[in-house]
Design a protein around this ligand. Structure first.
Ligand SMILES: [Zn+2]
Length: 232
C-alpha cells in the first residue's frame, strides 16, 4: 500500500521483500564492488537525537555500558559513512546519542509500528521469532521526499540472541553492532537489498549469524546514503 498521498505516515522496516528499486547495477561483486542499494523515500532534515532505554537491555548481554557503546558505534558508522572500502567517511548525516530514556520503541511484537511519542528510542523487547530488530520511521509530507520526524528501534530481547564479542563455538547468534548498524541504516532511510544477490551489503534482508562483517558499510550502502545526504 502506498502512503505517498498522505501528509504523514509511518513505516515498519522488517526483513522481507526489498523496498524500492536498486540504485545501481545489481551485479554483486563483494562488499566493496556491489553498488546496490534502495531508498525508503523519507529522510532527516535535522539532527536525529536518540536515546537508549537501558532498563530493557537483557542481562545476558552483560555490561550495559558495553552494549550502549555497541549501539553508539553502529549509529556513528551510518552517521559518518564508516566503511570497509577506503571511501571517505564524510557523509552529511547528523545524529547524536542523547543518553538514557524511559521511553520504549513504538514497535509491536509483530513488527508493526505503534504510536509515535516524540522520542527516538532504542529499546529491547519481545519480537516474534525470526525478527532480530525492527525500525519504525515516522515522517511528514509524502513518503517520497518526506521529512523524517521520529525513528525507533526495537531489538529482540530473546536470551542469547546477540553478542557484542563473538563467542567461542558461535551458532545461531548475531552480532549486535552489525544488526543495529543495519537498523540505523533504516532510520536514516536505507531500504533492503535481497540477500541472495547482495548479501555482502549491510542492508541485506538477511544477516548471517556469527558474523561481525556488517559493522561498517558496504559500497552500495555507502553510495545510497551519499546520494541522499552527501554534500558533493
Ligand atoms: Zn532491515
Amino acid at each position: 500500500m502506498s502512503r505517498s498521498a498522505v501528509a504523514r505516515g509511518w513505516l515498519p522496516v522488517i526483513p522481507g521483500p526489498p523496498v524500492g528499486e536498486p540504485a545501481g547495477a545489481a551485479d554483486s561483486g563483494g562488499r566493496c564492488a556491489d553498488p546496490a542499494g534502495t531508498w525508503l523515500g523519507m529522510r532527516w532534515r535535522n539532527q536525529l537525537r536518540w536515546r537508549v532505554n537501558e532498563q530493557t537491555i537483557p542481562a545476558y548481554l552483560g555490561d550495559r555500558a558495553r552494549v550502549v557503546q555497541s549501539l553508539r558505534s553502529a549509529a556513528t558508522t551510518v552517521d559518518t559513512g564508516r566503511n570497509d572500502c577506503g571511501l571517505p567517511a564524510n557523509l552529511g548525516i547528523d545524529e547524536s546519542y542523547a543518553g538514557r530514556t524511559d521511553h520504549r520503541a513504538g514497535v509491536t511484537a509483530a513488527g508493526g509500528c505503534g504510536e509515535r511519542d516524540g522520542h527516538n528510542a532504542v529499546s529491547f523487547g519481545r519480537l516474534e521469532q525470526g525478527l532480530l530488530a525492527v525500525t519504525c520511521i515516522w515522517w511528514f509530507g509524502g513518503k517520497e521526499n518526506g521529512r523524517s520526524v521520529e525513528a525507533d528501534i526495537l531489538i529482540d530481547d530473546t536470551e542469547g540472541l546477540f553478542f557484542t564479542t563473538t563467542p567461542a563455538d558461535c551458532a545461531s547468534r548475531w552480532d549486535l553492532e552489525g544488526t543495529v548498524t543495519h537498523e540505523f541504516g533504516h532510520a536514516f532511510g536505507l531500504g533492503h537489498v535481497p540477500f541472495a544477490e547482495h548479501g555482502t551489503q549491510t542492508m541485506t534482508d538477511g544477516l548471517p549469524d556469527c558474523s561481525t562483517a556488517y559493522r561498517g558499510l558496504g559500497l552500495g550502502d555507502y553510495l545510497t546514503l551519499k546520494q541522499q545526504y552527501g554534500t558533493n
